[in-house]
Write a protein that binds this ligand. Structure first.
Ligand code: GDP
Ligand code: GDP
Length: 437
């Protein structure tokens, strides 16, 4: 399970700056997809070679119990209580404030594991800055400068050491023929209706995955002779009536499910188009590099005129993921499910396909010869050879020279070329460029 780390502190101590420092993708080659709204408050930190985790910026805990500040503070507290580790962020320039003391007292009461982060220590003596907060009696304190990215590496190491052990849930450890699928989407798009429909039809061969029964975080099933594992979403947990009422949309659980699946099926409500919340779930799938199928649910509720309008609207709003297949379904009536599973299958096959160095280099040569990249100040980038760099998503490592001057449009050209040549659908494709041999 992807663990979660919450940033807690009063306003202006630098929580959102630290959030950006932790979650900003340092891979400059994965360009931002236009049309995706990132959720400001949730992100995934993927440190090189270390365990990824969700970062939650809880917003400011301002102390007043009235009005908006009160509501924000309540939300922040709820997020902190859900987290595996809390980073209590304070301002090393301003020193201890009364509000810090209040927040600390509350954190102690909540009993969450905690790390003190003294921020804004750029240009300060960090030992003196830490000493200022020594009276908090928090054993693990770190001096950082979020805006200058100082101390972030050692903070990351400390975080790694404090994350809970990887769970015993055998979500990942299994049969390579079994496709891991997560049904994700905002509340009310029809996730539970769909999952119940699928499991209802297949009740005889669906079974909880051993070790995961407490929350039923995964269920195995067979359908048309193929094996699937459904990874936890809000829809998968058996809703008792009470549970359904209190169950809230958990972005952390959604991010965890996305991380563990191979194919994410995002459900949209046909009558509502693509809302901002839909777009941020979509953005999380793209960030994670997962294969994607778009299920446009509640298709039964539309007149033929509305269907036409909806088709036009969705094709505009989803133009930034042209490679994703979309399927019209009705979870309520069970229509479109065969087509949905076919799309899941195609996406999985593309995402996990293996390549030889020879076929990848050959593809690069043909793409390069039929359209070489433009020269910048009289020198054109040269692409020499390529090799496969991993699956899920398919990654191609391209070697050459002057690759820094390759325009984004050329990367898109290569991507489209490779997609066509290797018939890749339903999965993102990544390129990594390496200067020299
Ligand atoms: P938040 O309200 O806790 O999310 O705080 P912000 O991240 O919005 O930061 C508040 C202010 O502090 C902004 O003006 C930031 O530029 C500044 N700030 C954040 N981190 C640092 C830092 O490490 N050093 C310095 N000098 N300023 C910082
Ligand atoms: P979840 O929050 O995403 O799990 O959504 P639910 O499965 O609880 O569905 C929310 C509402 O949409 C319920 O009232 C469902 O009956 C309704 N619903 C779900 N799927 C469909 C569908 O295909 N067609 C119609 N008309 N309604 C649906």
């Amino acid at each position: 399970m992807l663990p979660s780390v919450a940033l807690v502190g009063r306003p202006n101590v630098g929580k959102s700056t630290l959030f950006n420092a932790l979650t900003r993708s340092r891979d400059a080659l994965v360009h931002d997809e236009p049309g995706v709204t990132r959720d400001r408050h949730y992100g995934v930190c993927r440190p090189d070679g270390q365990r990824a985790f969700v970062v939650v910026d809880t917003g400011g805990i301002a102390g007043e119990d009235q009005g908006l500040a009160g509501a924000t503070a309540r939300q922040a507290r709820a997020a902190a209580e859900e987290a595996d580790l809390v980073l209590f962020v304070v301002d090393g320039r301003e020193g201890v404030s009364a509000l810090d003391e209040e927040i600390l007292a509350w954190l102690r009461k909540s009993g969450r594991p905690m790390l003190l982060v003294v921020n804004k220590t750029d240009g300060l003596d960090s030992r003196a800055a830490l000493a200022e907060f020594a009276r908090f009696g928090v054993a693990d304190a770190h001096a950082v400068s979020a805006s200058h990215r100082q101390g972030i590496g050692s903070l990351l190491e400390e975080i790694q050491g404090r994350l809970p052990e990887e769970g015993a849930a055998e979500v990942l450890d299994e049969d390579p023929d079994r496709i891991r699928v997560a049904f994700v989407g905002r509340p009310n798009v029809g996730k539970s209706t769909l999952v119940n429909r699928i499991l209802g039809e297949e009740r005889m061969i669906a079974s909880d995955v051993p070790g995961t029964t407490r929350d039923s975080i995964a269920v195995d099933l067979e359908r048309d002779g193929r094996k699937y594992r459904l990874i936890d979403t809000a829809g998968l947990r058996r809703k008792s009536r009470v549970e359904a009422a209190v169950e809230k949309f958990s972005i952390i659980k959604t991010l965890q499910a996305i991380e563990e699946c191979q194919v994410a099926v995002i459900l949209l409500d046909a009558s509502e188009g693509v809302t901002e919340q839909d777009a941020s779930v979509l953005g999380a799938v793209l960030d994670a590099g997962r294969a994607l199928v778009i299920a446009i649910n509640k298709w039964d509720g539309l007149s033929s005129y509305q269907r036409e309008q909806t088709e036009a609207l969705l094709s505009r709003r989803l133009a930034f993921v042209p490679w994703a297949e979309s399927v019209r379904i009705s979870a309520l009536h069970g229509s479109g499910l065969r087509e949905l599973f076919r799309a899941i299958h195609r996406a999985h096959a593309s995402a996990t396909r293996t390549f030889s160095t020879a076929e990848v280099t050959r593809a690069l040569e043909i793409a390069y010869e039929s359209s070489p990249p433009p020269a910048v100040r009289g020198h054109a980038p040269k692409l020499r050879f390529a090799h496969p760099g991993g699956a899920n998503p398919p990654t191609f490592v391209v070697h050459g020279s002057r690759l820094r001057t390759l325009p984004d449009s050329y990367t898109r050209y290569l991507e489209n070329f490779f997609r066509k040549r290797f018939k890749l659908v339903g999965t993102p494709v990544r390129f990594v460029f390496k200067e020299g041999e």
